[in-house]
Write a protein that binds this ligand. Structure first.
Ligand code: URA
Length: 260
């Protein structure tokens, strides 16, 4: 923003951004992008003939980011290494817009591992999954069957998401984002070794089962890496559709029965 910009102009610019969906400042200090040095043209290769047009180079094939993710994920031998590997993964653009990397909450000794979609605003701010309104409902739901993310072992709950970075304006994850991060989530399940996986909502089902349709899928056991996996309505959906809590309760009882 230039210094000559008047108060009302600045306010109008801010209102315009809010209308576009901007809901928070990413940096503590504003960056005046009009004042950044202009990008320098790339230097010509010294050996290029001056009079003759250079042959057109075939475009380099786009890096197969899913294969890179798979290789990195498979080489992670512990949860700490997986966390560090994911945090350093530069191929997912969501990383650039997120405030924090969100890996997990709870204790990996828990028998139940919940897999959600992606961090929302509060999760992005705190660096922990499911800490907003949906997370509070999730805690109540699992407390009703004796599970608590603050506990270790049999009474515990281990929580993660398909994506570790918040999508802008909480938009839905894109299929390519799910595909890119899926190898990490699979490895996460392998390393945490839960007895039961809970797939919270359509995006967790799409990411790990390759299918959507939570209304039909919920309540029926699936298989994720040899572990029983229960698709459930996402707590954010339950907040909007309280009548579906009845189904969610039936699914929670299924999970409880599986643990005994
Ligand atoms: N919704 C999710 O799926 N995950 C979170 O961490 C928060 C909301």
């Amino acid at each position: 923003m230039t210094e000559s910009l008047e108060y009302w102009d600045a306010l109008a610019a801010l209102e315009w951004q809010v209308e576009l969906g901007v809901d928070e400042a990413i940096l503590d200090v504003p960056v005046d992008r009009f004042d950044l040095p202009a990008p320098q043209p790339a230097p010509k290769p010294a050996s290029a003939p001056v009079t003759q047009a250079a042959p057109v180079q075939p475009a380099a094939p786009a890096a197969d980011t899913v294969a890179i993710a798979r290789q990195l994920a498979e080489s992670a031998g512990s949860l700490d290494v997986l966390r560090a590997t994911m945090e350093g993964f530069e191929h997912c653009d969501l990383k650039r817009g997120a405030r924090n990397f969100v890996f997990c909450d709870g204790h990996p000794t828990a028998r139940v591992m919940v897999i959600g979609e992606a961090p929302g605003r509060e999760e992005d701010q705190q660096g922990k999954p499911f800490v907003g309104r949906a997370g509070q409902l999730l805690d109540k739901m699992f407390a009703a069957i004796g599970l608590d993310r603050r506990a270790e072992g049999a009474g515990g709950l281990y929580i993660t998401n398909m994506l570790p970075w918040r999508p802008p304006q909480n938009r839905d994850p894109k299929p390519e984002e799910l595909a890119m991060m899926q190898p990490f989530t699979r490895r996460h399940v392998e390393l945490a070794e839960p007895d039961v996986v809970v797939l919270m909502g359509n995006h967790a089902c799409a990411g790990l089962l390759g299918r959507k349709g939570i209304t039909r899928m919920r309540g029926t056991w699936e298989d994720v890496l040899g572990k029983p996996a229960m698709p459930m309505f996402h707590p954010a959906y339950l907040l909007r559709n309280p009548a579906a809590k009845r189904d969610a309760w039936a699914d929670l009882l299924e999970i409880k029965a599986r643990l005994t």
